[in-house]
Structure formats: structure tokens, C-alpha cells
Design a protein around this ligand. Structure first.
Ligand SMILES: *Cc1c(COP(=O)(O)O)cnc(C)c1O
Length: 366
């Protein structure tokens, strides 16, 4: 057997550790997972009802491959035409389809050196050359990314807020950047956490679309809508770009259940507003506590915050795990940093208590 030579070295994606595994391995009864930026408040009640209804009535029927009804509801909400929207099995799949549609071996694609790992993974599957540009203070350096564009560049990835650092680029910065990006380069603006952002300088990618044909915005139902298990996300861009993606899309890439849940979730604006408010409170709490503990952190705008534990992060990760908190560690350029999801108030307090104990124990052991 002979797989593609460029995939042989690729790592298998390592997700946040599942709660059940940790309970079993460490004999814990209570485990809090703050590792995957999931919504601690679940999802909208009406989305649950939609799921039950679809499962009960239509499980044997193929989904509508084009997601016509959901597309209408979303297009209406966003104020875009229906042919500007593409759905994926999570926005992860939209990323995959983008690389599949645009990248051939030897093409260049530009991204931050610490950002969402799915961009690089899929670019490497296509044997494209990945150009990584260092973050500055955890933030995308758009002028430096611009300077790396060549005739071979096909896609530039901008994650806003950036995962894992949580930082944002402003409307001014993205506008200045987009004005200079040549039209042969597609810019992917990943806004998986857009609904959480409250900073007034933050750009709404959808509003930028009329000005830039070479821009596509990615969003998801996995984060604030709390539907991560159902796997549905989307891209919004120029109809020409969306058509290219549709040409490589699998016929039934999103399920009936996911489409129905997404429609219901979009209509429950109160749930989203409530989650955003609670998340803002949680972020404030985390910042206060890190300040009190003297731990630096990046300027966070999503539902997670990345802080400097001032100790090797695998050690802190393990110690937190033994206290029943699953965090995310092992960032290549930030060896002492941990990314933690903002949970419910109770979860956040338990996390801080555990962290404080971990830091004290480490100090005693010297
Ligand atoms: C979570 C996340 C996604 C995608 O999630 P899906 O579940 O595949 O929709 C995309 N981009 C970033 C930056 C994320 O954090």
C-alpha cells in the first residue's frame, strides 16, 4: 500500500480529553472539561425539541443536501443572498472543502504560527506549502502576513478571535489588510467565536463581504449555539467562491437533525444573548483571578482565555487533571501557557481553586 507521501508524517488530531476517560483513569467522580470551548449551558430548548422531532419522524430520510430551509433562515438573518452560504459538517469541513477546492501541491497558504490547527492539517493533506507567520503578543500580524504573499499564494487564514490566544484584529486592521491583498488570494476569516465578542472595534465579517469578493467568513453552531455534537457550521462569501466549494461538497454533508437544530437555534436569540452575558462575566472573573495570582494572559474575546502558568504546561495540565479539571496545554511557542474554556460560574470557581492549589504545591516542591 502506498498512501500519499505528504500525509505519512501528519499527526492524528488530538482532541481535548473526554470526561469519561478521565473519570475512569483517575478514579474521579466529578470532572470538569474546560478544554474544547464547548458551551457550558448546553443548547437552546427549542433546538432539543427539533432534534427529537427529526429523529422521531425522519431518521430514515436523506437530508436536503443543499440545506434549503436553513439557508433561507440564515440568509435572512445575515442579510445575504442564499447563494452566498455553504454549510459543512462543522466549519471544520468548510475548511477541508476550501483546501480541496483551492490548493494544489506547491501552492502557498499563509497562516499564523499558533492558530486553529485544522488549517495547516488540511493544507498539508493537499501538499501545499504552509507559510507560518509569528503572532505578536498572541495577535495576528497582518502586515507581516501581507508581506509573505507571492504569486503562488492561494489562501490566507485569519482566525478572529484567534484560537488559542483569544485575541482579535480590529475592523481598521482587517480593512487595511484586505485593501492590499491581491485579488488572486482568498482570505478566510474564521469567526467561530463571533457571537461572544463584545469589543466595539471587532469587525463583523459579513459587513466586509460586499467590499471584498476574495473574502469568505466561517462560522459555526458548535460554540455559542451549543450544538458541537451535531456537526454543523458554514461559510459566507461571494457566490462564485461558494459555487467552487459546492463543487467539491459531499452530497449529504450535513444531517437532517443538525439542520433542524440549527434553524431552531438561530431563532432562539435570547439563549445566545444569555450565553454571551454569562461568558463576559466569566471572562471578567478569570481576568481578575489571574491578576490576583500574578499570571499574565492574552487579551481574550471568545469563550476561552490563554494564560501563563509560569510552569511547564504539561505539568500544570497533569496536576489540574488530577483535581478533575481538563484544560488544554502543549502549545509549541507558549510552553508555559494553558488555554482554559470559560465555564459556568461554579466551574470557573472550581478551576481557579484547583489552579491555586496546583501553583501552591509546585511552589512548596520548589
Ligand atoms: C471550534 C472551531 C471551529 C470549528 O468547529 P466546528 O465544530 O467544526 O464547526 C472552527 N474554527 C475555530 C477557530 C474553532 O475554534
Amino acid at each position: 500500500m502506498q498512501p500519499k507521501s505528504n500525509i505519512v508524517h501528519l499527526p492524528v488530531y488530538q482532541p481535548g480529553k473526554p470526561v469519561e476517560d478521565v473519570k475512569r483513569e483517575l478514579g474521579l467522580t466529578e470532572v470538569i472539561k474546560l478544554a474544547s470551548n464547548e458551551n457550558p449551558f448546553g443548547c437552546s430548548e427549542s433546538a432539543k425539541e427539533a432534534v427529537i422531532h427529526e429523529i422521531s419522524n425522519n431518521a430514515s430520510i436523506y437530508p436536503d443536501g443543499a440545506s434549503v430551509e436553513l439557508t433561507k433562515v440564515l440568509a435572512d438573518r445575515l442579510g445575504v443572498s442564499t447563494d452566498s452560504i455553504i454549510f459543512g459538517c462543522g466549519s471544520d469541513e468548510v475548511i477541508l472543502m476550501l483546501t480541496r477546492a483551492f490548493l494544489v501541491p506547491g501552492d502557498e497558504t499563509i497562516m499564523a504560527d499558533q492558530t486553529f490547527s485544522v488549517y495547516k492539517h488540511n493544507a498539508e493533506v493537499e501538499n501545499a506549502r504552509v507559510v507560518e507567520v509569528p503572532l505578536v503578543n498572541g495577535k495576528h500580524d497582518l502586515p507581516a502576513m501581507l508581506a509573505r504573499i507571492t504569486d503562488r499564494t492561494k489562501i490566507v487564514w485569519v482566525c478572529n478571535p484567534n484560537n488559542p490566544t483569544g485575541t482579535i484584529v480590529s475592523k481598521e486592521e482587517i480593512d487595511a489588510f484586505m485593501k492590499q491583498v491581491p485579488s488572486h488570494v482568498l482570505v478566510v476569516l474564521d469567526e467561530a467565536y463571533v457571537e461572544y465578542v463584545t469589543d466595539p472595534s471587532f469587525p463583523d465579517g459579513i459587513e466586509l463581504l460586499p467590499s471584498y469578493k476574495n473574502l469568505i467568513v466561517l462560522r459555526t453552531f458548535s460554540k455559542i449555539y451549543g450544538l458541537a455534537s451535531l456537526r454543523i457550521g458554514y461559510g459566507v462569501g461571494h457566490p462564485d467562491v461558494v459555487r467552487f466549494i459546492n463543487q467539491v461538497r459531499e452530497p449529504f454533508n450535513t444531517s437532517r437533525v443538525a439542520q433542524a437544530a440549527a434553524i431552531a437555534a438561530l431563532k432562539d436569540e435570547a439563549f445566545v444573548a444569555e450565553c454571551r452575558d454569562r461568558n463576559s462575566e466569566g471572562l471578567n472573573y478569570m481576568r481578575e483571578q489571574f491578576d490576583r495570582l500574578g499570571l499574565p494572559y492574552f487579551d481574550a474575546h471568545g469563550n476561552f482565555i490563554m494564560f501563563d502558568a509560569k510552569l511547564p504546561s504539561p505539568q500544570v495540565f497533569d496536576a489540574l487533571l488530577r483535581k478533575g479539571i481538563i484544560s488544554r496545554a502543549g502549545w509549541q511557542f507558549y510552553p508555559t501557557y494553558i488555554r482554559i474554556t470559560v465555564g459556568s460560574r461554579e466551574q470557573n470557581e472550581k478551576f481557579i481553586t484547583a489552579l491555586e492549589q496546583v501553583l501552591q504545591e509546585a511552589a512548596v516542591l520548589g
